[in-house]
Design a protein around this ligand. Structure first.
Ligand code: AHR
Length: 504
């Protein structure tokens, strides 16, 4: 008997508008992300600023409206002032976090230029751990004050007459973790972050701030950190930042495929912490969630090769993604859409080479990893009104795992009102064919304008510079049909699928 699963949505039942910033990226001064990645001045594809045009083209394909920068753990030892002004005067520093050298060839002004080329805003993380609140204030002054002050005039002298207008800022990075240079307790962080936020908002009161939330589930402070930090920062920040990295170290595919449910749980926990503090403060203020680092990360070696220590642009944390990662990354994105009411920023970590959808060959070409595709398609066709759904699916049991019963079907429907289209995303997590039904109540469905799947018979299939084994393909018309408000389709085992339906 064929497995059957169904999603039902209704035009009137809405979760919220998907914020475009949930399709963000992340660029850290780490490994080959910046140097020998997006920046390679001697490369034949380099533009006049030293940025690779072929990489820019691929990043533009992903359409990332916001990019977190410059770290990551890197930022906690970084002084932004080292990266401005004439390059010959910039110091070469030791990056203690990643045991690398930071030449400071690329700094804020150069990175802003790159962001303009990819049409992205910046989510700038300030160094709260080993730098001062004053330095963070001066950074906002440099970036956002039009002129007439020391740092804003210096920006002009450095070639940017107009302010950079950076709207989104993180108050540090993963300060709850002992691996962080300048790790703090929640109380210490709350105090310093409050003073830093104060100076930054005095410099520009239109900016929006993210507080560091709990970064890793395994920390003993997980959860309580968020509440304590929010008690200090509730009226200072607009977002609580959380991070999630997924792995299949245990080689347990069903458990790995249940990552989207972990994301659900994690976002709900962060929302609950913020709302608990709102209750204490007797406030209706809603703090939004920024999942400003997320990806699959376990195969890539964390440290660089011994001979590469204290150098720059050497391979670190490079991961090769496979077909199973398509289902997990694609599912995580659906979970993010399903939390459109409170999740307003998410950044795929990272954008180039380092745990990334885009890989480059120094002096050579660049290529798309498997996870490039679910990200691109969700970014292109997942922006709109996310509909509340009811899923009726056979389940499998996850003992000891957060949610117990996991639906084989993970599916989300987005109503793209301006385009008069519904996008139906559906992931079949069963290792068998699924007869999928999507019932779109109160919509006048006209036709299926596109149907595509990402499927490979092997979960271990990977892409490479020579062979793009995993990529989207059209689903033949004989495998789906539309009748009234109901779409029926045959989904391949362990596959990612997307249907775009024209509606009136
Ligand atoms: O993205 C790689 C690292 O993961 C970041 O530097 C850090 O914030 C996280 O632990």
């Amino acid at each position: 008997m064929i497995m059957k699963a169904k999603i039902s949505v209704n035009r009137s039942f809405v979760i919220g508008e998907a914020d475009k910033n949930i399709f963000g990226g992340f660029v850290e001064h780490l490994g080959r992300c910046v140097y020998n990645g997006l920046y390679e001045p001697d490369h034949p594809e380099a533009d006049q600023d030293g940025f690779r045009k072929d990489v820019i083209e691929l990043v533009r394909e992903l359409d990332m409206p916001v990019t977190r920068y410059p770290g990551g753990n890197f930022v906690s030892g970084y002084d932004w002032k080292d990266g401005i002004g004439p390059r010959e005067n910039r110091p070469v520093r030791a990056d203690f976090t990643w045991k690398a050298v930071e030449p400071n060839t690329v700094g804020l002004d150069e990175f802003i230029r790159w962001c303009r080329k990819i049409d992205s805003d910046i989510l700038y993380a300030v160094n709260i751990s080993t730098n001062t609140p004053k330095a963070a204030g001066e950074l906002v002054e440099y970036a956002n004050i039009p002129g007439g002050t020391y740092w804003s005039e210096l920006r002009k002298k450095n070639g940017s007459a107009e302010p950079h207008n950076i709207r989104l800022w993180c108050l540090g990075n993963e300060v709850d973790g002992d691996w962080q240079v300048g790790h703090m307790t929640a109380g210490e962080y709350g105090r310093i972050a409050h003073e830093t936020a104060k100076i930054m908002k005095l410099a520009d009161d239109s900016i929006k701030l993210c507080a560091c939330g709990s970064s890793v589930f395994s920390l003993s402070t997980f959860g309580s950190w968020d509440i304590e930090v929010m008690r200090h920062l509730f009226f200072d920040v607009e977002y609580l930042s959380i991070h999630m990295y997924f792995s299949n170290r245990e080689q347990d595919l069903p458990k790995f495929l249940a990552v989207p449910e972990q994301v659900d749980q994690r976002i709900s926990a962060a929302v609950a912490a913020c709302d608990a503090v709102a209750a204490e403060k007797k406030s209706t203020r809603k703090i939004m969630i920024a999942l400003d680092e997320w990806n699959i990360w376990y195969r890539g070696k964390i440290s660089c090769a011994p001979e590469d220590i204290w150098q720059h642009g050497k391979a670190q944390n490079e991961e090769i993604y496979d077909m199973s990662d398509v289902l997990v990354a694609g599912g995580a994105l659906l979970s993010m859409l399903d939390h459109a009411d409170r999740l307003k920023i998410a950044c795929l970590a990272q954008t180039v080479n380092v745990i990334s959808p885009i890989m480059t060959i120094p002096g050579g070409g660049c290529w798309k990893q498997t996870i490039f595709y679910p990200f691109r398609e969700t970014s292109r066709y997942g922006r709109g009104t996310v509909l509340r759904s009811v899923i009726d699916s056979p389940t499998y049991r996850m003992e000891g795992f957060c949610t117990g019963n996991i639906n084989y079907l993970r599916s989300t429907v987005v109503w793209r009102q301006e385009e008069n289209e519904l996008t139906v995303f559906a992931i079949n997590r069963a290792d068998e064919i699924m007869e999928f039904t999507a019932c779109m109540e109160k919509f006048e469905c006209r036709e299926v304008v596109a149907a595509e799947e990402i499927y490979h018979e092997s979960m271990n299939a990977v892409n490479s510079p020579e062979n793009e084994a995993v990529h989207p393909e059209d689903i033949p018309a004989n495998r789906f049909s539309l009748s009234g408000d109901t779409l029926t389709a045959e989904l391949k085992p362990l596959s990612w699928n997307m249907f775009r339906i024209r509606v009136k």
